[in-house]
Ligand binder design. Sequence first.
Ligand code: AMP
Ligand code: MG
Length: 420
Amino acid sequence: MTTSHDILRIRPDDYDPDDMPVERARAFILDRLKPIDRTERLPILQALDRVLAADVTSPMNVPGHDNSAMDGYALRHADLAAGGATTLEVIGTAFAGKPYAGRLGPGQCLRIMTGAPIPAGADCVVMQENVLAQDGRATIGPGHRSGQNIRRAGEDLAQGGIALAAGRLLRPADLGLLASLGIGQVDVCRRLRVAIFSTGDELVPVGQTLGDGQIHDSNRYSLHGLLARLGCEVVDLGLVRDDPATLEAALREAAAGADAVITSGGVSVGEADFTREVMARLGTVLFWKIAMKPGRPLAYGEIGSAQFFGLPGNPVSVMVTFYQFVRDALLRMQGRAPEPLPTFAVRCTAPLKKAPGRTEFQRGMLRLEGDEWVVAPTGEQGSGILSSMSRANCFIVLEQARGRVEAGETVRVQPFEGLV
Ligand code: AMP
Ligand code: MG
C-alpha cells in the first residue's frame, strides 16, 4: 500500500527493481515474431538492401576454369631445374577470353595474361617480373612451386553450393556475386508496410505556426528516417489527438493495412491507462517498464495481424527504443536473422553519470585520437534533447549493473554508421 509518506519521499531517480531487463524484452519480442511470407521477384539492380527470400544455389563454378592470377608465363613445373636457371621455348600467348588451344609439351612455356585459362599441360605460372624473355625463349630461376599463381575453377563459388542464403540482406558485393553467376533476378521478401502516427494534444505538424504551449511533431520524421533505412514502406497517419475515440479509429485504420504499427507518446504513467483501455477493445497489449534509460515505458502487442509498438513520446526515447527493440523485430519480420549490432570497447574521456539497475544508452562522439579510438558524451543527456542524438555518432552502452564511470575508464560503444 502506498502511504502519503511514500509519495512525499524524494526518490533519487525513477529506478524500479521490478523493471524488465533489456535483454528479456528483446528476447520476448523475437520469440513471438515470424517472417512475413510474401515475396516478389526483382531484377538484381533493384534488389539492393532487400532480403533474399530463398537460398541461391550456384549454377556453375566461379571461376569456370583454372586461370592465371598474374601476367607471366605458364609452364610445367617439372621442367624447372631445382638448383639453377632453366630456359624454355615460348610457343604462344593466352589472353583472358582468348584461351590457347594447344597443349604444352616438355621444354615449352606460354606467355599468359591475368584471367586467361591455364593451357593443358601447364601447372605453374611465373610472374613476368621473374622471367628473362628474349628471342622466343624465357629463362626462369629456381624456387617456384607447382600450382603457384593459379586460381582454381570453383574456388570462389562451387557449382551446386549455396552462394547466398535466404534471409540475407543484399549488399553491393552480393549484386556482383549474383551477376558473376549469371543470375539476373532474385526472390526477395516484400517490403514491410509500417503505419505510424504521433499522439499528443500539444503537437503541431511542420508548416503550421505554434500556438501557446505547442511543439512541432518531430517523432514522425525521425521514424520516417529509421524506417526508410530499414527498407520499409511507411504509411503515415499523421497526428492523433489524446482522445479515446480518435485513437481507436486511428489504430484500427493503421492496423488494417500494415504489418506493424508504431506510435509515439501516450504510454507513460497516467496516459498508459488511456491507451490500455483502447487497446483492450482492439487487440492485446503488454505495458512494459524496461530497465533502460532513456525509453522506459513501452507498449507491445498485436492488433489483428499487425504488430503494435507504442513508443514513449520523448524524441530520444523514440529513437533508442526503436534501435533496441523495433529494429530487431522488423528485421525478423523481413526474414532477416537479427545479428547483435557490433559494439567495441574504447576509453571514455569524460566522467558519466550512471546509476546501477538499468542499461543506459548515452549519446557519444567517437573520434580518433592519435591512433586510438576514444569516446566522449555529447553533453546533456535528457530524453527530450534530440540534438544529442543528432550530434552523436554512437551510443555509449552502459551495462545494467554498472555505476558511475570515471574519465579514462573503458566503455562499450555502438556506432551509428557502417560501411555503405
Ligand atoms: P508522452 O510520452 O506522450 O507523455 O510525451 C513525453 C514528452 O515527449 C512530452 O514532453 C511530449 O510533448 C513529447 N512528445 C510526445 N510526442 C512527441 C512528438 N511526436 N514530437 C516531439 N515531442 C513529442
Ligand atoms: Mg502525450
